[in-house]
Design a protein around this ligand. Structure first.
Ligand code: AMP
Length: 261
């Protein structure tokens, strides 16, 4: 299946995707991934997108992409957003809603989407509902990945990323072949600014205080699927896939999305 290149999502504005997805054989899937930072949402999003042909829409990636621009190209709002991100704090709802609102057409893309990192507050979830309604689409499921706090902190502390091709490693769970060097492109691996120990705790507090209440929001809509996030990425993926399908089937029996993927 063709891999969408996310250009329209990352750049926003009038940017077009160089490689728009083909329509899937059945209806497109539109998913939201929830879970504490470091729980593995990014990896799961990639696996789901590879299977579904959907686009990985990460709000963290929009901000990290903006970091590659020169400071003079960034708007004051974007500059403020990056400062919050570096401290491990949440970016204001106002800025996030502006960034996501102007990317609404990615939501109606025929290939579907996997939203990762958005929404993170109830206000963002309500705004997402309005954007989806405007674009004439709706969510199929919200996957909530759950892991004990100490394991989350260990995962974040050991995470290393490639600044060039964005590959993700872990010092012990998924080390690169040559220490500190990306297997894919040979670049020097780095620790994300917001994975530094002093920042991890701030991020976890932000998650507990503002993102956890979203679980109830989506439970009440009958969309929430809880996925234990222990084990290998493939095991977690299989768990989510099976639970997501059965939840979807029991929620809307007449439009079961059988035969996809
Ligand atoms: P992530 O890669 O999703 O962990 O996001 C990295 C950082 O970007 C977060 O720690 C926040 O500072 C910021 N961020 C990303 N998405 C959002 C959002 N929906 N609301 C507020 N801040 C966000």
């Amino acid at each position: 299946m063709k891999k969408p290149n996310q250009k329209a999502w990352l750049a926003g504005g009038d940017a077009l995707c160089a490689n728009p997805p083909d329509p899937p054989p059945g209806p497109a899937w539109r998913l939201v991934l929830l879970g504490a930072p470091g729980v593995g949402k990014g990896t799961q999003a990639e696996l789901l997108c590879a299977r579904l042909g959907a686009c990985h829409l990460s709000t963290g990636d929009i901000l990290r992409n903006a970091e590659c621009q020169g400071p003079r190209e960034r708007s004051p709002a974007l500059q403020a957003a990056l400062a919050s991100m570096h401290k491990g704090e949440l970016v204001s709802d106002e800025i996030m809603l502006e960034l996501v609102g102007e990317r609404g057409r990615c939501m109606r893309c025929c290939g579907g989407f996997v939203l990762d990192g958005f929404p993170r507050t109830v206000a963002q979830a309500e705004a997402l509902d309005a954007i989806l309604e405007r674009e004439g689409v709706s969510l199929d499921a919200v996957f909530d990945y759950e892991l004990p706090l100490d394991e989350v902190v260990e995962r974040l502390g050991g995470r290393r990323v490639c600044p060039s091709c964005k590959a993700v490693y872990h010092l012990t769970r998924q080390p690169p072949q040559k220490p500190g060097i990306c297997d894919v492109c040979g670049a020097q691996l780095i620790r994300r600014e917001d994975d530094k120990p002093e920042t991890i705790l701030t991020r976890m507090r932000a998650y507990e205080a503002t993102t956890r209440p979203l679980l109830e929001f989506y439970r009440q809509k009958g969309l929430l699927v809880t996925v234990p996030a222990n084990g290998t990425p493939d095991e977690i993926y299989a768990r989510a896939w099976i639970s997501g399908h059965s939840a979807q089937a029991s929620r809307s029996a007449p439009s079961v999305k059988a035969g996809r993927g």
